[in-house]
Ligand binder design. Structure first.
Ligand SMILES: C[S@@+](CC[C@H](N)C(=O)[O-])C[C@H]1O[C@@H](n2cnc3c(N)ncnc32)[C@H](O)[C@@H]1O
Length: 348
């Protein structure tokens, strides 16, 4: 692979396939037409300019880091001290850069001595670019070495997700809680799978405590949450207030009869299911059928739906979603008796 100038992306280890799918959709949202390719299960690459790294890392829930690739190869060669930086990699280092740092990330139990490879990598960089100096305190540039059990990728760090990015919005920390509240990471991922541009309007027809609305709002989307129950709608308002009150709107109503026509490009949602008290006596299949019939009226253009159902309800969902075409699905293991399925559908 011709790696120089391509970007690398470190994907979340929880669900690499879902992470790659989300990253691909984030590139589409930012009008980048390149395809995400997997170098190994945790590292993806794509033809993406450096100026987009910050926005991608801020937006994509399941991508932790982005940078420009300067080398890639087998771990065996790395162990033999044979890092081959791609010819011309020095041109990616701006003239005014002086101090550099090196950081090593070991992935999925890679068996290398981090300190040793870090030292050798720094020496290698210095031997190629003697004008640079190691700077531990405040480097102008950071070279990364991502090492999996089989492959390594070396690159120039572009952006990295802050450690506690989702912490303030975790379900347990918000003013209002319901047991079925979605965590912000999955909520953000659902929004990205549903939207097609930076200005897509998002509807969550089963909004609950508002996790999806908050993530959509923080990414700059106008978002509307529909919720059947008054006490939950009131609680949702409390959760939205600290984060994105100006772009998020709450409508109390029934997802089977949404009071909108042709208003939304994207629907991201997590309907009630199983023995959940919030299902209000309906079997999920019946609720979904009525919901899909109604929601196609609220959607416009080539609207997409990203939603979560228990895996065993997938066939019921497909039977109910007659006007929608299944585009992709991914399983998210929760515990022994619950695997959630993230499903993306497009309006036929
Ligand atoms: C699984 S919860 C959604 C959780 C939400 N994603 C969150 O983060 O809090 C489903 C929500 O749908 C609401 N609901 C149930 N039936 C509904 C209907 N017909 N129309 C609108 N909302 C409904 C329930 O009251 C519940 O709050």
């Amino acid at each position: 692979m011709d790696v120089l100038g391509r970007s690398f992306f470190l994907l979340s280890g929880e669900n690499p396939r879902l992470s790659a799918a989300e990253l691909q959709q984030v590139l589409n949202i930012l009008n980048n037409t390149s395809s995400v390719e997997l170098i190994n299960s945790r590292i993806a690459s794509a033809d993406v300019p450096q100026r987009l790294h910050g926005e991608i890392i801020e937006r994509a829930a399941l991508t932790k880091m982005a940078g420009l690739i300067i080398a890639a190869g087998s771990v065996e060669r790395l162990k033999k001290d044979e890092i081959e930086l791609a010819p011309g990699w020095e041109n990616l280092v701006p003239e005014d850069v002086k101090g550099f740092g090196v950081d090593v990330v070991k992935i999925s139990g890679a068996s290398v001595n981090s300190l040793e490879v870090e030292k050798r990598f720094a020496e290698h960089i210095l031997s190629c670019l003697p004008r640079l100096k190691v700077s531990l305190e405040k480097p102008d540039i950071v070279f990364m070495l991502l090492i999996s059990p089989t492959t390594y990728v070396a690159g120039i760090l572009g952006a990295t997700k802050p450690k506690h990015f989702f912490q303030p919005r975790r379900a347990g920390r918000k003013p209002f809680r319901i047991p079925s509240a979605l965590q912000p990471k999955l909520a953000r991922c659902l929004v990205n799978l549903a939207v097609s541009s930076r200005d897509s309007r998002v509807l969550d027809p089963f909004a609950g405590s508002g996790a999806i609305l908050v993530e959509a709002g923080l990414m700059g989307h106008e978002a509307v949450g529909l919720e059947l129950k008054t006490w939950i709608s009131n609680g949702m308002a409390l959760n939205i207030r600290p984060f994105c009150p100006s772009v998020c709107h709450i409508v109390q109503g029934d997802a089977k009869r949404p009071p909108f026509t042709s208003a939304f490009d994207a629907i991201a949602t997590d309907p009630p299911y199983g023995r959940s008290a919030t299902l209000g006596g309906h079997a999920l299949k019946g609720l979904l059928k009525k919901f899909f019939e109604a929601v196609s009226g609220a959607a416009r253009g080539k609207a997409r739906i990203a939603m979560i159902v228990p895996r065993e309800e997938y066939e019921n969902l497909l039977e109910a979603a007659v006007e929608f075409k299944p585009l992709q699905h991914h399983d998210v293991y929760v515990h022994k008796s619950l695997t959630r399925r993230v499903v993306v559908l497009g309006l036929e």
